[in-house]
Write a new protein. Structure first.
Length: 403
């Protein structure tokens, strides 16, 4: 466990919440009912509208494709520092190897590793995963790597100026990952005018973006910047027309409540939201979920559709209290790859099966692949946090020669 540094985020079912770490005020929009079960006719039309709307790039010249569209490859990183993980580092590396192997069944995987650690990484991940020498500090490729966008100019990567989640963790190498990776592959780098992380945004590919105020409108990333200024940057960088903001939770975890542990798009017009279990006592995280639910019930997307909301209930870990207070007990941090969905498996069979059924309904035609990630989850992260997709685009980079 990370004894010397804050965890990436406190467990979503934890009852501990300091009074000073208050929920931020949220923002709603455009009232519309949601039943959480029946898909509205507007949402049913999402697929038909998708092909046309994907060509819309206003106001910027690039747009971020939805995660469920085809990928060229997945990027991952090999955890490097014992000072971050302590004696859990070997177990975390095993988990990363298992995730990389699972992804590699469906699409190419490029794993970044420090040159002096790449041999061990290759041995653990096996021949099916490409390991490249590129210095990293930690495993969170979603946050440290570039966030890819596509447009008439081809493929580009947005560098969100990673600063260790507001200077909470060492990031001497991780702060350079996006630039170094884009340079290596010859992909255009777009340096963002704001600071944040890839796990802090969620897009539907049709002009809508979701984010929490706590992880963006925060002095530890964007001092002096208003929500309106950050929203304008989102629209320019990611080609979106509408931003749905949630309050989130400031200061309770290292990410300040990333959106990818709170709400995700399953398809245009459909949002899956993390919900506490029926026996979970009210706490700051359940209140964040409640606030997000209220926002979603009154929101429409960039196409003017009301949103269908689907609950994804956390696992019951009451039989395993030794997993640690920072354990990220949410199924929401899943990852959509070509032909499959990788979801965390927590060992509560009833909960695991229920979550797999929800994800299968949300992603028909894709194989649901459960992966045990207890060591990663104990550090406050999940499968989505540890991966970053490179979408197929007009121009995909070819693999470079030896470094």
């Amino acid at each position: 466990m990370r004894d010397r540094l804050p965890s990436r985020r406190a467990v979503l079912r934890s009852g501990a919440a300091a009074a000073a770490l208050a929920l931020l005020e949220g923002c709603g929009s455009d009232a519309a009912p949601s039943d959480g079960a029946e898909q509205s006719s507007a949402a049913s039309a999402a697929s038909a509208a998708s092909a046309a709307s994907m060509t819309e790039r206003a106001p910027g010249s690039y747009a971020m494709p939805a995660e469920w569209l085809p990928h060229t490859r997945t990027l991952m990183a090999w955890p490097a520092l014992e000072e971050v993980w302590g004696d859990q580092l070997p177990a975390v590396r095993q988990d990363i190897a298992h995730v990389a192997q699972a992804v590699a069944r469906f699409e190419p995987v490029v794993l970044m590793a420090r040159p002096d650690q790449s041999a061990e990484a290759r041995q653990l991940v096996g021949a099916g995963v490409e390991v490249i020498d590129l210095p990293v500090d930690d495993l969170w490729a979603r946050d440290t790597g570039p966030t890819f966008v596509t447009g008439s100019g081809g493929l580009a990567g947005v560098d969100l100026n990673f600063n260790g989640w507001g200077n909470k963790q060492t990031h001497a190498e991780d702060g350079q990952v996006a630039r170094r990776l884009l340079d290596r592959y010859g992909v255009r780098r777009i340096q963002a005018p704001i600071t944040g992380e890839g796990g802090g945004i969620e897009v539907d590919g049709e002009g809508t973006l979701m984010a929490t105020e706590s992880s963006w409108v925060n002095e530890n990333r964007n001092p002096g910047k208003s929500r309106d200024q950050i929203e304008a940057a989102f629209k320019e960088l990611f080609g979106v027309r509408k931003v749905i903001w949630f309050a989130g939770v400031a200061g309770q975890d290292i990410t300040d409540c990333h959106i990818d542990a709170l709400a995700r798009f399953a398809e245009p017009g459909v949002v899956v939201i993390h919900r506490p279990g029926p026996d979970t006592p009210p706490d700051i995280w359940s209140r964040a979920s409640d606030q997000a639910l209220e926002v979603l019930r009154g929101a429409t997307d960039a196409m003017g559709r009301p949103l269908r909301i689907v609950d994804l209930t956390e696992p019951d870990l009451s039989a395993a209290p030794d997993r640690g207070k920072d354990f990220l007990a949410t199924y929401l941090n899943y990852y959509v790859v070509n032909g499959a969905v990788l979801m965390p498996r927590f060992g509560d069979k009833a909960s695991d099966d229920r979550a797999a059924g929800v994800l299968a309904d949300l992603h028909p035609g894709r194989e649901i692949v459960p992966v045990s990630i207890d060591a990663i989850a104990a550090g406050g992260g999940g499968i989505h946090c540890s991966t970053q997709q490179q979408p197929e685009g007009p121009r995909a980079p070819s693999s470079p020669g030896p470094s």
